[in-house]
Design a protein around this ligand. Sequence first.
Ligand SMILES: [Zn+2]
Length: 349
Amino acid sequence: MSAEAFPSTPSNIPSFDVHPYQPDGGYSSLGSALCIVMALIAAAIMGFVTSWIGQHFYLIILFPIGVGVVVGFTLNFAIRLGKVRSPWLGGVAGLMGGALSTVMMLFFDYQRQLSQVAQVDPQVWDRVELFEKLGMDKQKPRDMEQAEWNEWKLLIKVRKVDTFLKYIDYAAEEGVSIGRGSSKGFNLGYYGTLIYYGVEMLIIGFVAFAIGRSAAAEPYCTACNQWKVSKQLSDFVVRADRVNEWLDAIRLGTPLPRKDFDVFNAEGARYVTTLYRCPACGNSNPVDVKVEEVTIGNKGQEQKAEKVFVTYPGEAEPVLEALMEEPTVVEPDAPPPPPPPAASAEQVE
Ligand SMILES: [Zn+2]
C-alpha cells in the first residue's frame, strides 16, 4: 500500500473513530507490592551510597536529583515487571522512595557515628563523664588548648546521641553547610537544616514520582495482559504554517498524508510519531498514536513535548503507516537525475 492510495482530496480522507489515550489504570496487589518494595529498597541503597559519599563531599540539589533518577528507574523496572498501569500508584511509590532515601541517609550517618563512638577508648569516656560530673563541661578550663577543648565538647555532645531522633536533632544543630571546596561555607542553621532535609525528600520524591507516573501510563493490552510495543511511524520536519492542520487531523481520526506537510524548503519544527500495538493481537485491538514535538534544549539535549496521544482502531495501523511513509524527494515535474558520467565529471572538478 502506498501513500497514493489516499489522496488528500476531502472525499477520500480515511476516517476512524478515535478517543484520547487513557492508561487503563489496572494493577494487581502483587504488582503494587513489587513497586513499593523495589522503590524502598532502591531508596535505602541510595541512602547508604549518599551517606558514604557524603563523608567526602555532597552536592545539594544535584545529589537528590540523581537519587530520584535511580529510585525512579528502579520503579520503572518494577512497574513493567509487575504490570502496574495506575499512574497514581506508580507516582506514590516514587514519593515514598523519596522520603525514605533521605531518612536512610541520615540513619547510615547515625550508624557511622555510633561505630566511631564505639572505637573511642573507654578511658576517654570515663574522663568525659568525670568532666561532666565536676561541671567542667560548661566552660573551657584555663590551661586547656582551644583545639583540645573543641574535641572535648564534641565528645560530650556525641555521647548523648543514643537514638536516631537525637541524632537528627544533633545533625540539625551541626547544620548543613553550603559552600564549595574546603571553605566552611554558609551554615543553614537548625531549622534551615531541617527544612533542607524536607526539600531534599521532595526533590527525590518528585523526580521518582514523575518517572513512576509516566512509566505506569504506558500503553497496555488488557486482552493479552501485556505491555504494547512501540514503533516509530515518522520523524520529520512539519511545515510551520500547516502544523496545526496536521496535528488536528491525527487527533480527529482523519490522518493526512505526510507528503503534504513535509517542509521541503519551508520552515518548520520536528515531530516524531509513535504507534503502540500489542505484539500478540496486532490489529485486532486498538492501537495508540502519540505525536511529540522535538526541540533542542539549551544544553544540546533533545526535548520531547507530547502534542497528540489518541487511540485508533487496530485496522488504522496499515493506513497510518502508509500515510506516514517518507515521500520521494524527487518531485514529479523535476528533471530526471543527471546520468552517472555527469557525477564523475563533478568529482574531477
Ligand atoms: Zn493483545
